[in-house]
Design a protein. Structure first.
Length: 271
């Protein structure tokens, strides 16, 4: 069965150190991707991989290479707000932007440029942008040189994943295989995939702690096994904590978001 989130740890033998203590995050070094349809996310384009191989003399794997713990924290931490359904009135207003969500960003920026009473006040701009983009959760992939644009939100029954990487280019070469699109998955199925990711990741990390403790000393990796297992126990509880936490947005916040969205949509700026 194909899960939404797919990952693979890097071989434990590739861990290197400089005499410093190995962190739990560093131990999670590996590769990951989202198995959305029709395009997979966090997967590099063939053109980018070919150019990298030609210039660097080595070929990257297609999937993102980074600490899997970071992806796990981002997805699990966003769960309460991601599962908080958007009011139907907002969905109807932003519907034209569901296939290419960066157009919503462009329209919002255009609105601000033509609204000097907001644009010239930094505090008002910050608050306005928080509301204008408050209907979705954006995946923070700032650890990558050219991060993909991925957001998520939900209605009453489904989680929606949107991506827009049309501007994600490196010297004119598209970085990601996915252009712009929109994928939906039932909330129950999303939660099952998240739990499967959590279980598999935590089990793998426990095995890696044991394996790291057996690495030869000449690799320069300092492993404090009891400390790593103590952190493992703490982090294992993150998903349960996230599921039990209330979303940040209240009914009043949703009304503020709806008012700002309506104001932008009713303006004569943008597409």
């Amino acid at each position: 069965m194909t899960r939404l989130i797919e990952f693979e740890f890097a071989p434990i033998e590739t861990l290197r150190g400089a005499g410093t203590q190995l962190s739990w995050h560093e131990l999670s070094d590996g590769y990951f991707q989202f198995n959305t349809e029709p395009e997979r996310l966090m997967v590099y384009s063939d053109a980018f991989l070919d150019r990298y191989a030609a210039t660097e003399g080595t070929r990257l794997r297609p999937q993102v290479h980074y600490y899997i713990a970071r992806l796990w924290e981002d997805v699990a931490g966003a769960y309460p707000d991601l599962m908080d359904p958007i009011p139907r009135s907002i969905v109807e207003r932003v519907a034209p932007y569901l296939g290419a969500w960066r157009d919503w960003q462009d329209r919002t920026e255009a609105f601000l440029e033509r609204t000097p009473e907001i644009d010239q006040d930094s505090e008002r701009v910050t608050h306005f942008l928080e509301l204008a983009h408050g209907w979705y959760q954006q995946l923070d992939a700032g650890y990558l040189k050219t991060p993909p644009g991925i957001i998520g939100w939900s209605d009453e029954t489904h989680v929606h994943v949107q991506w827009d990487n049309r501007d994600a280019v490196d010297d004119g070469v598209p970085v990601w295989c996915a252009g712009a699109g929109h994928y939906t998955i039932a909330k129950d199925a999303f939660f099952e995939d998240l739990k499967a990711f959590h279980r598999s990741f935590m089990a793998g990390m426990a095995n890696r702690i044991d394996a790291a403790s057996q690495l030869p000393a000449d690799r320069g990796v300092v492993v404090d096994t009891p400390a790593l297992f103590a952190e493992q126990r703490e982090r294992t509880a993150l998903l349960d904590m996230a599921v039990s936490r209330s979303p940040r947005r209240s009914s009043g916040t949703w009304q503020e978001i709806a008012d700002v969205v309506a104001r932008i949509c009713d303006s004569d700026t943008g597409p």
